[in-house]
Structure formats: C-alpha cells, structure tokens
Design a protein around this ligand. Structure first.
Ligand SMILES: O=P(O)(O)OC[C@H]1O[C@](O)(COP(=O)(O)O)[C@@H](O)[C@@H]1O
Ligand SMILES: [Mg+2]
Ligand SMILES: [Mg+2]
Length: 333
C-alpha cells in the first residue's frame, strides 16, 4: 500500500515512486522524532559536515534513511547537505535528487518544528552538472515539516499540494491545492542579531519596519524568527509574510547562510507556485545558477509585494539607506 497516493493524474509513475519512498521516510522519521529522548538522543553531536556545520545524530540518521530508501529507484544522483559530493545511487536513473535531510537542526532538542527539504531535477550524465543549474529546471520540490502535525507540501509545477500525515494509519492524506500566498502582510522574519553585520539596504528595510507607524511606512509590523526554514516557509505559505536571510559581513556569510541547491531553490519553486516571490534580494532565485554544490545565496521570499519592496531598498542612494529613518524620505512606503 502506498504512503502517499492522491498524486496528480498523469504524473510520471517513476516520479510517483520516488515521492512515495520519500514519504515513507517522513513517516519513519516522524515516529522517531516523537520518541526522541525515550530510547535515543537525536540531538546528540555527530561530527562536522562538509560546510563545517556541527552535525546532530538526526542529520546523519535522516541522510542515511533517505539514501537507503532510494536504492533501486530512478534517482540516479543524490546531493545532500550531509555529503561532500554527489552520490550516484542508481546508474541510468532518470532523476537527480537534492536534499536537506534535516532542516533546523538547532531545534531538534527544543521540540520546535524541523523538517526535510528536497528538489528533483532531470538527471544528466555528469553528477555535478545535474545540480549546478538554475532552479527553474526543477521538476518537483517540497518539504516535510515535523511539528505539532507532520505535513508534506509538494509542487510538481502546477500549484502547491498539501498532505497531512494521519498518525493512525501512517499514510499521508491529501488536503488539495493550497490557496495563494496573500500579496501583502505585516509580518517579517529575519535574525536581527546580525543587524550590525548587514549592508545598508537591509538595515534601512528593518529600521523602517521597527519604526512602524512612527516611521516612513506609517504601518506597524510584527516579527517572527523560528530558525527552521521549513517552519518559516510553512507559516508564509499559510498566511503570508516575508523571510530574509541576507548576506552579511561575517566571514563565510558573504552570501548568507542558506544553500542554493537543496534549500533555496526547492523552497523558491514552492513559493512561486503558491503565487509568492523568491529572490536574492533583487533577482529571482530560480534564475540563478550555483557554482558549487554547497554554494550559499542571500534569500528573500514570501508575499509578492513585500519581496518587491526589499528590492527597492537596494536602489536607494547611499545617503538614504545610511540616514536615520527620521531624516529619510517617505518614498519607501
Ligand atoms: O541560526 P541562524 O543563523 O538564525 O540560521 C537559521 C537557519 O539555519 C538553518 O537551520 C539551516 O539549516 P540546517 O539546520 O539544515 O543547517 C535554517 O533552517 C534556518 O533558517
Ligand atoms: Mg537547512
Ligand atoms: Mg540540514
């Protein structure tokens, strides 16, 4: 019996098989996460990944579970946050799968939502070339979120489908195509502790949100920061808003923190399919081409009008973005 049925009619059965295998791993991980601390410690240290990030036990467990589940499928190439280079799983397979097996690792022990992000490209003969390409080439992308409920959000290029795991049957139930992201919102998400490292346009953007009704926008805003990209995405898909992880002046953060191939491109595809926008601050994420498997990119996504507003701050003259908000013009509203 399938873990994930009710996929769109006419979808390539080979792709359906891969999605079903991924869904089976989501179910297994969801059970295991629910038992964290009872028979194992999923947040325990497990080493360093290729990017120098501390790996938690669950990062490694999830990576191995996905790789194992994809043997004897049409996934030819597998590119994971937890692997230095591309792993060729099935010679001759039709697809290349990019994956962040466990997103939001710092939240494993805090019982805050975590997840898995994935994107599926048509495979090329060259393993790396299968991934070093524009996100526009994605055939499918999605994420599983392990939160108060386990949900799967998926696009195959025709809107965003939502599935919720029924814990009693261990199968995902389709809730259909989600509504479009509202084009406007007063909620923004950014890690403000990096304020002093940001460039002027991002500082000016946040200054104006913090100033609220007393600043040039004349609007009061609200802020969220969960430190799990899947959870921020889920909130924005549900009620709109904007997420920013810009580049900053910290060594290694020139292009932000988030990785193009297995974090930003798959999320950007979902966001565009839900009627939102995803950029590097100015240009569409899906049009960029990464130069390395673990390349990072500044990432801004969410409600269309809000994402467009961020781009306008990059066009302001230096005197505008560096001045105190009270002295700035009123044309950023
Ligand atoms: O700790 P910071 O700098 O706020 O970064 C938080 C971001 O890092 C991430 O946790 C990175 O993902 P991983 O946990 O897969 O490394 C994102 O989910 C989140 O948006
Ligand atoms: Mg991640
Ligand atoms: Mg991860």
């Amino acid at each position: 019996m399938k873990t994930l049925d009710q996929l769109p009619d006419g979808l390539d059965p080979k792709l359906c098989d891969i999605l079903d295998r991924l869904a089976s791993v989501f179910v297994a991980l969801s059970h295991r996460i629910a038992r964290n601390g009872i028979d194992e410690n999923l947040g325990g240290a497990a080493g360093l990944n290729t990017d120098g990030d501390a790996q938690k036990a669950l990062d490694v467990i999830a990576d191995e579970a996905f790789m194992g589940a994809l043997v004897n499928t049409q996934v030819r190439h597998y590119a994971s946050e937890e692997q230095d280079s591309v792993v060729t799983l099935n010679e001759g397979g039709a697809f290349a799968l990019a994956i962040d097996p466990l997103d939001g690792s710092s939240n494993i022990d805090t019982n805050v939502s975590i997840g898995t992000i994935f994107g599926i490209f048509p495979a090329k003969d060259d393993p790396k070339a299968s991934f070093l390409r524009a996100g526009r080439d994605l055939l499918a992308s999605g994420y599983a979120i392990f939160g108060p409920q386990c949900a799967l959000l998926l696009t195959v290029g025709d809107g965003v489908l939502k599935f919720v795991l029924d814990p009693q049957t261990g199968r995902f139930v389709s809730l259909g195509v989600i509504a479009s992201i509202p084009p406007n919102s007063v909620e923004y998400a950014i890690n403000s502790s990096n304020y002093r490292h940001w460039d002027d346009p991002i500082r000016a953007y946040v200054d104006d949100r913090v100033a609220g009704s007393e600043g040039p926008t004349r609007i009061d805003f609200n802020m969220r920061w969960i430190a799990s990209l899947v959870a921020e995405t889920h909130r924005i898909l549900t009620r709109g808003g904007i997420f920013l992880y810009p580049g900053d002046a910290r060594p290694g953060y020139e292009h932000g923190r988030l990785r193009y191939v297995y974090e930003c491109a798959p999320i950007a595809f979902l966001i565009e399919q839900a009627g939102g926008s995803a950029t590097d601050g100015q240009e569409a994420i899906l049009d960029r081409v990464p130069d390395a498997l673990h390349a990072r990119t500044p990432f801004v996504f969410g409600s269309k009008n809000k994402v467009a507003r961020v781009a306008t701050y990059h066009d302001l003259p230096h005197e505008e973005t560096s001045a105190l908000f009270g002295k700035r013009g009123f044309f950023r509203v």
